[in-house]
Structures are given as C-alpha cells and as structure tokens.
Ligand binder design. Structure first.
Ligand SMILES: NC(=O)c1ccc[n+]([C@@H]2O[C@H](COP(=O)([O-])OP(=O)(O)OC[C@H]3O[C@@H](n4cnc5c(N)ncnc54)[C@H](O)[C@@H]3O)[C@@H](O)[C@H]2O)c1
Length: 271
C-alpha cells in the first residue's frame, strides 16, 4: 500500500547484491512510498545486474566501502548530480566465511579488522564524507541494519557480534552528535533471520530459520518486506520524536529468553 510517506525525499541505499538482499526490499519500499531512490553497490560488475532488476532506481554507482577513495567519489557524485540526500541506508556487512566457524580468540587481527572496517566503521566514515561534501540534508535520517548478536552471544556469529556492537555504538553516538548539528535522526534496525547471501554464510543459519516461526512471538516467517516497512516508518515523519534507537524487527523473538518448547521440556523433566 502506497501512503506517500516519503514523497519528495531522496534516499541513498547501500547494500543491494540481488533481489533477496534486505537493501533491495528497502529500496522498493522507499520507491513505493514516493521517494527518489539512488543505490550504491559493492562492485562495478553488480551495477548492470542490479540496474536490470531494480529499474526504478534513479541512479546507481559502485562503492566498495573498504576503499576510502570510493566513498569520497560516491559523495562527490551525489553532490554533483543529486545535491541533497534526505535518507541514507547502510545495509551491508562482511566477514570472511571461515571466521564464522571459529571461536573469537582464534581469529586473526587482520580478519577481525577487515570485518569491523566494512561492517561497522564504514557507517560513520560514509556519514562523515557525505556531511563534508554537503550531501546530507538538514533533518536527514541515517539507518543501518544490525543484529541481536551485537548485544548478546549468538553461536556462529563471533566476528560479526563485535562488528554489530560497534555499529550499535555508532548509532547512539552519531544520534547525539549529528542531532544538535543538523537535526539528523539515526537508527539501527536489528532484523531477525532472513535468507540472504550473507546470512547463509552463518553456521546453523538454516536451522535457525526453520525454527524461527515457532520461537517468535508472532509465530510467522520474517520477510524482507517486514524489515523494509520498519525502515520506511523510521525514515518518515512518523518517527520524528525518536532517535538513537536500535529497533528489533524480528517478530518479537528478542523479547523472550527461552522458547515455549524448551520451557515445556524443562517442566516435564522436573515432574
Ligand atoms: N539476513 C539476515 O538474517 C540479517 C539479520 C540481521 C541483520 N542483517 C544485516 O542486514 C544487512 C544486509 O545483509 P543482507 O542479509 O541483505 O545480505 P546481502 O548479502 O544481500 O547484503 C550484504 C551486502 O553487503 C555488501 N558488501 C559487502 N562488503 C562490501 C563492501 N566492501 N563494500 C560495499 N558493500 C559491501 C554486499 O555487496 C551485499 O550487497 C547486513 O548488515 C546484515 O548483517 C541481516
């Protein structure tokens, strides 16, 4: 349903690899709500593919966020061709696949720092560059995709856990630094499990995905569109009274400590 919630807004979305990406659902939801949507993808090879599958995108550039020259080039392209951007969505992460199978203390500093740089540091660095080049509008909204593994231990999420913890801290910090400066609102959206390329690299992800509907409060599968609609709400005037929040978009999973079945099993064994 189009409610025109983002009419006259310009949105920049980073992190579309294919149509399953959460970033893809976000770009579509923003366009549905009347925003002009621009995207930046990781590699030049992805540009044509993503353009074809997302014909509504007004512009599409490549930007590998681990390369500072490319962040600078993205900001200057935006400054030259688009002017001001009202909404920025950072929906990207990376960790070497093998490191997800290792205990944290066995992962090398190089591998951890690469994950941290791409998955967390890139959010404030990109924001800083957009600000310096005059691209961020007064009252802009900055959103990033995070996960409960940044607040609590999740098996198989070791290197990403510290990345998401740092990312969450960047949300709180930038909300309090950029709020007074340009009235920016900053949010993290902690999504539940969705079958995407990155998520499938996490060990035990298929099992978690299968169990999810029986574990969460709303007893249903989480779709990228559910998460995308939360990003629309946060980008719209509806969220003007809040900033610096990490919002759980997870069908209520994070509101509970144990599943009904494990509680029932425990009760049975103690009878
Ligand atoms: N899918 C889930 O279950 C889930 C749950 C919670 C949070 N998230 C988060 O959502 C975000 C999007 O992930 P997704 O699930 O849509 O997976 P995805 O694989 O579709 O997207 C990840 C994106 O990161 C991009 N990327 C990786 N390295 C990059 C680099 N150096 N420069 C620029 N882009 C780079 C990839 O190109 C890709 O577009 C991530 O932050 C992820 O941690 C996902």
């Amino acid at each position: 349903m189009n409610n025109g919630l983002l009419k006259d807004k310009v949105a920049l979305v980073l992190g579309i690899a294919n149509e399953r990406s959460i970033g893809s659902a976000i770009a579509q939801a923003f366009a549905r709500e009347g925003a002009r949507v621009i995207a930046a993808v990781q590699t030049p090879e992805l540009v044509d593919r993503v353009k074809k599958s997302h014909p509504f995108l007004e512009a599409l550039w490549s930007c590998d966020v681990s390369i500072s020259d490319q962040i600078e080039a993205l900001a200057s392209n935006l400054a030259l061709t688009v002017g001001k951007v009202n909404i920025v969505v950072h929906s990207l992460a990376f960790a070497q696949r093998e490191s997800l199978k290792m205990p944290l203390h066995e992962i090398s500093a190089e591998v951890l720092l690469e994950a941290l740089n791409i998955s967390a540091v890139s959010f404030p660095v990109l924001t800083g560059e957009l600000l310096r080049q005059g691209v961020l509008s007064e009252g802009c909204v900055l959103e990033t995709l995070t996960y409960a593994g940044g607040e609590r231990y999740v098996p198989g999420y070791a290197p990403m856990g510290i990345c998401k913890a740092a990312l969450n801290a960047s949300v709180w910090t930038m909300a309090n630094e950029l709020g007074p400066l340009i009235g920016a609102r900053v949010y993290g959206i902690a999504a539940g499990p969705i079958s995407t390329m990155s998520a499938r690299a996490v060990p035990n992800f298929p099992a978690l995905l299968k169990m999810f509907p029986s574990l969460c409060a709303l007893r249903q599968e989480l779709k990228p569109e559910h998460v995308a609609n939360v990003t629309v709400m946060l980008a719209s005037y509806l969220s003007e009274g809040m900033t610096g929040n990490i919002i759980d978009a997870d069908m209520g999973l994070s509101t509970r400590l144990v599943s009904d079945s494990s509680q029932a099993a425990e009760a049975k064994s103690s009878e």
